[in-house]
Write a protein that binds this ligand. Sequence first.
Ligand code: 13P
Length: 337
Amino acid sequence: MAVRASPYADELVQTAKTIASPGRGILATDETNGTCGKKLASIGLENTEANRLAYRTLLVSAPGLGQYISGVILFEETLYQSTADGKKITDILVEQGIVPGIKVDKGLAPLAGSNNELWCRGLDGLASREAAYYQAGARFAKWRTVLSIPNGPSELAVKEAACGLARYAAISQDNGLVPIVEPEILLDGEHGIERTFEVALKVWAETFYYMAENNVMLEGILLKPSMVTPGAECEDKATPEQVASYSRKLLHRRVPPAVPGIMFLSGGQSEVEATQNLNAINQTPHPWHVSFSFARALQNTCLKTWAGRPENVKAAHDALLLRAKANSLAQLGKYTS
Ligand code: 13P
Protein backbone atom coordinates (compact mmCIF):
# COMPACT_ATOMS: atom_id res chain seq x y z
CA MET A 1 0.00 0.00 0.00
CA ALA A 2 1.42 3.39 -0.98
CA VAL A 3 2.09 5.72 1.89
CA ARG A 4 0.82 9.29 1.60
CA ALA A 5 3.77 11.68 1.53
CA SER A 6 3.70 14.89 3.54
CA PRO A 7 2.64 17.82 1.34
CA TYR A 8 5.73 19.50 2.76
CA ALA A 9 8.15 16.69 1.73
CA ASP A 10 10.44 18.80 -0.49
CA GLU A 11 10.50 21.68 1.96
CA LEU A 12 11.33 19.35 4.87
CA VAL A 13 14.32 17.93 2.98
CA GLN A 14 15.50 21.45 2.16
CA THR A 15 15.08 22.69 5.74
CA ALA A 16 16.99 19.72 7.14
CA LYS A 17 19.80 20.30 4.62
CA THR A 18 20.02 23.98 5.52
CA ILE A 19 20.33 23.15 9.21
CA ALA A 20 22.89 20.42 8.47
CA SER A 21 25.20 22.73 6.56
CA PRO A 22 29.00 22.53 6.90
CA GLY A 23 30.52 24.28 9.90
CA ARG A 24 27.16 25.05 11.49
CA GLY A 25 24.98 23.65 14.27
CA ILE A 26 22.08 24.50 16.55
CA LEU A 27 21.86 26.88 19.50
CA ALA A 28 19.18 25.60 21.90
CA THR A 29 17.47 28.43 23.82
CA ASP A 30 14.20 26.63 24.46
CA GLU A 31 14.35 26.33 28.23
CA THR A 32 10.90 26.31 29.83
CA ASN A 33 10.06 29.39 31.89
CA GLY A 34 10.99 27.41 35.01
CA THR A 35 14.43 26.38 33.73
CA CYS A 36 15.11 29.82 32.26
CA GLY A 37 14.20 31.26 35.67
CA LYS A 38 16.94 29.15 37.30
CA LYS A 39 19.46 30.51 34.80
CA LEU A 40 18.35 34.07 35.50
CA ALA A 41 18.46 33.47 39.26
CA SER A 42 22.10 32.36 38.92
CA ILE A 43 22.96 35.94 37.82
CA GLY A 44 20.59 37.60 40.31
CA LEU A 45 17.72 38.39 37.92
CA GLU A 46 14.05 37.83 38.56
CA ASN A 47 12.14 35.39 36.36
CA THR A 48 9.97 37.92 34.51
CA GLU A 49 8.89 37.90 30.86
CA ALA A 50 10.96 41.05 30.28
CA ASN A 51 14.13 39.44 31.68
CA ARG A 52 13.60 36.23 29.69
CA LEU A 53 13.17 38.36 26.56
CA ALA A 54 16.29 40.40 27.37
CA TYR A 55 18.35 37.21 27.70
CA ARG A 56 16.97 35.64 24.52
CA THR A 57 17.48 38.93 22.64
CA LEU A 58 21.10 38.94 23.79
CA LEU A 59 21.63 35.41 22.47
CA VAL A 60 20.06 35.82 19.04
CA SER A 61 21.56 39.21 18.30
CA ALA A 62 25.24 38.28 18.54
CA PRO A 63 26.75 39.79 15.36
CA GLY A 64 27.73 37.14 12.81
CA LEU A 65 26.06 34.29 14.71
CA GLY A 66 24.71 32.86 11.44
CA GLN A 67 28.22 31.92 10.35
CA TYR A 68 28.30 29.18 13.00
CA ILE A 69 24.65 28.62 13.87
CA SER A 70 22.12 27.26 11.36
CA GLY A 71 19.14 26.84 13.70
CA VAL A 72 17.93 28.24 17.02
CA ILE A 73 15.37 26.35 19.13
CA LEU A 74 12.91 28.70 20.81
CA PHE A 75 10.41 28.23 23.61
CA GLU A 76 6.80 29.06 22.62
CA GLU A 77 6.88 32.39 24.47
CA THR A 78 9.91 33.59 22.45
CA LEU A 79 8.49 32.54 19.08
CA TYR A 80 5.87 35.27 19.40
CA GLN A 81 8.04 37.97 21.04
CA SER A 82 9.58 41.10 19.58
CA THR A 83 12.61 42.91 20.99
CA ALA A 84 12.33 46.18 22.92
CA ASP A 85 12.87 48.04 19.61
CA GLY A 86 10.01 46.19 17.96
CA LYS A 87 11.79 43.55 15.89
CA LYS A 88 10.43 40.00 15.84
CA ILE A 89 12.87 37.45 17.24
CA THR A 90 12.13 35.19 14.26
CA ASP A 91 13.04 38.01 11.84
CA ILE A 92 16.38 38.54 13.60
CA LEU A 93 17.14 34.87 13.01
CA VAL A 94 16.00 34.68 9.39
CA GLU A 95 18.02 37.78 8.49
CA GLN A 96 21.14 35.93 9.65
CA GLY A 97 20.31 32.79 7.67
CA ILE A 98 19.27 30.96 10.85
CA VAL A 99 16.21 28.68 10.81
CA PRO A 100 13.80 29.25 13.73
CA GLY A 101 12.76 26.09 15.61
CA ILE A 102 10.35 25.40 18.43
CA LYS A 103 10.18 23.06 21.42
CA VAL A 104 6.84 21.28 21.07
CA ASP A 105 6.84 18.70 23.86
CA LYS A 106 4.99 19.50 27.08
CA GLY A 107 7.66 18.19 29.42
CA LEU A 108 8.24 15.07 31.48
CA ALA A 109 5.89 13.27 33.88
CA PRO A 110 6.17 10.11 36.03
CA LEU A 111 5.64 6.96 33.95
CA ALA A 112 3.16 4.84 35.91
CA GLY A 113 4.15 1.19 36.14
CA SER A 114 7.87 1.87 35.63
CA ASN A 115 10.88 1.99 37.90
CA ASN A 116 10.40 5.68 38.85
CA GLU A 117 11.02 6.64 35.24
CA LEU A 118 9.62 9.47 33.12
CA TRP A 119 7.69 9.89 29.91
CA CYS A 120 7.25 12.89 27.67
CA ARG A 121 3.84 14.52 27.20
CA GLY A 122 2.52 16.66 24.35
CA LEU A 123 0.85 14.59 21.61
CA ASP A 124 -2.66 15.90 22.40
CA GLY A 125 -3.38 18.87 20.15
CA LEU A 126 0.13 18.70 18.67
CA ALA A 127 -1.00 18.96 15.03
CA SER A 128 -2.92 22.21 15.56
CA ARG A 129 -0.16 23.73 17.72
CA GLU A 130 2.40 22.89 15.05
CA ALA A 131 0.26 24.39 12.27
CA ALA A 132 0.20 27.64 14.28
CA TYR A 133 3.97 27.49 14.90
CA TYR A 134 4.56 27.09 11.16
CA GLN A 135 2.42 30.18 10.52
CA ALA A 136 4.54 32.05 13.09
CA GLY A 137 7.73 31.16 11.19
CA ALA A 138 9.02 27.96 12.82
CA ARG A 139 10.45 25.40 10.42
CA PHE A 140 11.71 22.70 12.75
CA ALA A 141 10.62 21.18 16.05
CA LYS A 142 12.16 19.53 19.08
CA TRP A 143 10.76 16.84 21.36
CA ARG A 144 13.00 15.77 24.23
CA THR A 145 12.34 12.67 26.22
CA VAL A 146 14.76 11.08 28.70
CA LEU A 147 15.98 7.65 29.73
CA SER A 148 17.73 7.00 33.02
CA ILE A 149 20.39 4.28 33.24
CA PRO A 150 20.42 4.00 37.07
CA ASN A 151 16.61 3.49 36.99
CA GLY A 152 16.69 0.93 34.18
CA PRO A 153 15.85 1.92 31.59
CA SER A 154 12.91 -0.51 31.63
CA GLU A 155 11.46 -2.05 28.44
CA LEU A 156 8.36 0.04 29.14
CA ALA A 157 10.26 3.34 29.35
CA VAL A 158 12.23 2.65 26.17
CA LYS A 159 9.11 1.66 24.23
CA GLU A 160 7.16 4.66 25.49
CA ALA A 161 10.00 7.03 24.55
CA ALA A 162 10.36 5.52 21.06
CA CYS A 163 6.60 5.48 20.32
CA GLY A 164 6.19 9.08 21.48
CA LEU A 165 9.13 10.30 19.40
CA ALA A 166 7.87 8.48 16.30
CA ARG A 167 4.29 9.85 16.62
CA TYR A 168 5.67 13.35 17.17
CA ALA A 169 7.99 13.01 14.14
CA ALA A 170 5.14 11.95 11.83
CA ILE A 171 2.83 14.74 13.07
CA SER A 172 5.60 17.34 12.69
CA GLN A 173 6.31 16.30 9.10
CA ASP A 174 2.59 16.55 8.28
CA ASN A 175 2.70 20.14 9.51
CA GLY A 176 5.88 21.27 7.74
CA LEU A 177 8.27 21.10 10.69
CA VAL A 178 11.48 19.03 10.56
CA PRO A 179 11.39 16.94 13.75
CA ILE A 180 14.49 16.76 15.91
CA VAL A 181 14.30 13.33 17.50
CA GLU A 182 15.84 13.49 20.98
CA PRO A 183 15.86 10.53 23.35
CA GLU A 184 18.36 11.93 25.88
CA ILE A 185 20.16 9.25 27.85
CA LEU A 186 20.87 11.10 31.08
CA LEU A 187 24.45 11.33 32.32
CA ASP A 188 23.59 10.58 35.97
CA GLY A 189 25.02 7.36 37.36
CA GLU A 190 28.15 5.39 38.15
CA HIS A 191 27.95 3.12 35.10
CA GLY A 192 30.80 2.76 32.62
CA ILE A 193 30.83 3.70 28.95
CA GLU A 194 30.02 0.12 27.80
CA ARG A 195 26.71 0.25 29.65
CA THR A 196 25.79 3.60 28.06
CA PHE A 197 26.63 2.14 24.67
CA GLU A 198 24.43 -0.92 25.23
CA VAL A 199 21.49 1.27 26.34
CA ALA A 200 21.94 3.66 23.41
CA LEU A 201 21.90 0.75 20.93
CA LYS A 202 18.60 -0.43 22.38
CA VAL A 203 17.02 3.04 22.47
CA TRP A 204 17.93 3.88 18.87
CA ALA A 205 16.87 0.45 17.58
CA GLU A 206 13.39 0.96 19.07
CA THR A 207 13.21 4.58 17.90
CA PHE A 208 13.99 3.68 14.28
CA TYR A 209 11.59 0.72 14.43
CA TYR A 210 8.69 2.96 15.47
CA MET A 211 9.70 5.71 13.04
CA ALA A 212 9.42 3.13 10.24
CA GLU A 213 6.00 2.01 11.57
CA ASN A 214 4.86 5.65 11.48
CA ASN A 215 6.16 6.23 7.92
CA VAL A 216 8.51 8.99 9.03
CA MET A 217 10.55 10.27 6.06
CA LEU A 218 14.14 9.91 7.22
CA GLU A 219 15.45 12.53 4.75
CA GLY A 220 13.37 15.10 6.64
CA ILE A 221 14.43 14.50 10.27
CA LEU A 222 17.40 15.39 12.44
CA LEU A 223 18.65 13.35 15.40
CA LYS A 224 19.73 14.74 18.73
CA PRO A 225 21.54 11.95 20.56
CA SER A 226 23.59 12.01 23.73
CA MET A 227 27.27 11.34 23.17
CA VAL A 228 28.27 7.92 24.46
CA THR A 229 30.10 8.68 27.72
CA PRO A 230 30.48 7.00 31.10
CA GLY A 231 28.00 8.04 33.82
CA ALA A 232 28.82 11.37 35.50
CA GLU A 233 29.75 9.57 38.75
CA CYS A 234 31.80 6.79 37.09
CA GLU A 235 35.38 6.60 38.38
CA ASP A 236 36.77 5.72 34.94
CA LYS A 237 36.72 8.92 32.92
CA ALA A 238 36.79 8.63 29.13
CA THR A 239 39.09 10.48 26.74
CA PRO A 240 37.60 12.31 23.74
CA GLU A 241 38.95 9.48 21.56
CA GLN A 242 37.05 6.87 23.59
CA VAL A 243 33.83 8.93 23.53
CA ALA A 244 34.30 9.39 19.78
CA SER A 245 34.94 5.72 19.13
CA TYR A 246 31.77 4.57 20.96
CA SER A 247 29.63 7.42 19.58
CA ARG A 248 30.71 6.67 16.01
CA LYS A 249 30.09 2.95 16.48
CA LEU A 250 26.58 3.74 17.75
CA LEU A 251 25.77 5.94 14.75
CA HIS A 252 27.18 3.48 12.22
CA ARG A 253 25.22 0.58 13.69
CA ARG A 254 21.91 2.36 14.06
CA VAL A 255 21.48 5.38 11.75
CA PRO A 256 20.62 4.94 8.05
CA PRO A 257 22.56 7.25 5.69
CA ALA A 258 19.24 8.82 4.55
CA VAL A 259 19.23 10.85 7.79
CA PRO A 260 20.84 14.21 6.94
CA GLY A 261 22.10 15.37 10.31
CA ILE A 262 23.12 14.26 13.77
CA MET A 263 23.09 17.16 16.24
CA PHE A 264 24.54 16.02 19.56
CA LEU A 265 23.29 17.53 22.84
CA SER A 266 25.79 18.59 25.50
CA GLY A 267 23.90 17.07 28.44
CA GLY A 268 25.89 18.65 31.27
CA GLN A 269 29.40 18.21 29.86
CA SER A 270 31.60 21.27 30.29
CA GLU A 271 31.81 23.67 27.36
CA VAL A 272 35.31 22.61 26.35
CA GLU A 273 34.67 18.89 26.92
CA ALA A 274 31.62 18.95 24.60
CA THR A 275 33.67 20.70 21.89
CA GLN A 276 36.61 18.32 22.24
CA ASN A 277 34.34 15.28 22.05
CA LEU A 278 32.53 16.59 18.96
CA ASN A 279 35.86 17.35 17.31
CA ALA A 280 37.11 13.82 18.05
CA ILE A 281 33.92 12.30 16.59
CA ASN A 282 34.54 14.28 13.39
CA GLN A 283 38.05 12.98 12.80
CA THR A 284 36.73 10.42 10.31
CA PRO A 285 34.23 10.99 7.48
CA HIS A 286 30.55 10.02 7.99
CA PRO A 287 27.54 9.70 5.71
CA TRP A 288 25.77 12.36 7.80
CA HIS A 289 26.50 15.91 8.95
CA VAL A 290 27.62 15.41 12.57
CA SER A 291 27.26 18.56 14.62
CA PHE A 292 25.92 20.14 17.80
CA SER A 293 22.63 21.28 19.30
CA PHE A 294 23.90 22.67 22.59
CA ALA A 295 22.19 24.75 25.25
CA ARG A 296 24.45 24.74 28.30
CA ALA A 297 27.72 24.20 26.40
CA LEU A 298 27.04 27.33 24.30
CA GLN A 299 25.34 29.53 26.89
CA ASN A 300 27.09 29.08 30.25
CA THR A 301 29.96 31.56 29.93
CA CYS A 302 27.85 33.99 27.92
CA LEU A 303 25.22 34.10 30.68
CA LYS A 304 27.78 34.64 33.46
CA THR A 305 29.58 37.32 31.46
CA TRP A 306 26.35 39.20 30.73
CA ALA A 307 25.12 39.15 34.35
CA GLY A 308 22.06 41.15 33.22
CA ARG A 309 24.05 44.36 32.62
CA PRO A 310 23.81 46.36 29.39
CA GLU A 311 27.50 47.32 29.62
CA ASN A 312 28.43 43.60 29.37
CA VAL A 313 26.54 42.86 26.16
CA LYS A 314 29.61 43.06 23.92
CA ALA A 315 31.67 40.77 26.16
CA ALA A 316 28.76 38.33 26.43
CA HIS A 317 28.41 38.25 22.63
CA ASP A 318 32.15 37.58 22.33
CA ALA A 319 31.82 34.69 24.81
CA LEU A 320 28.95 33.15 22.84
CA LEU A 321 30.73 33.60 19.51
CA LEU A 322 33.91 32.05 20.92
CA ARG A 323 32.01 28.83 21.80
CA ALA A 324 29.99 28.92 18.56
CA LYS A 325 33.17 29.20 16.51
CA ALA A 326 34.92 26.45 18.47
CA ASN A 327 31.98 24.11 17.86
CA SER A 328 31.86 25.11 14.21
CA LEU A 329 35.51 24.06 13.93
CA ALA A 330 34.71 20.84 15.82
CA GLN A 331 31.95 20.12 13.29
CA LEU A 332 34.64 20.30 10.63
CA GLY A 333 37.05 18.24 12.75
CA LYS A 334 39.46 21.19 12.90
CA TYR A 335 39.24 22.38 16.50
CA THR A 336 42.48 22.83 18.41
CA SER A 337 42.35 23.99 22.04
P1 13P B 1 22.14 20.75 26.62
O1 13P B 1 23.08 20.95 25.47
O2 13P B 1 22.28 21.73 27.74
O3 13P B 1 22.08 19.32 27.06
O4 13P B 1 20.68 21.07 26.07
C1 13P B 1 20.35 20.67 24.82
C2 13P B 1 18.90 20.55 24.77
O5 13P B 1 18.23 21.24 24.06
C3 13P B 1 18.30 19.54 25.64
O6 13P B 1 17.09 19.21 25.09
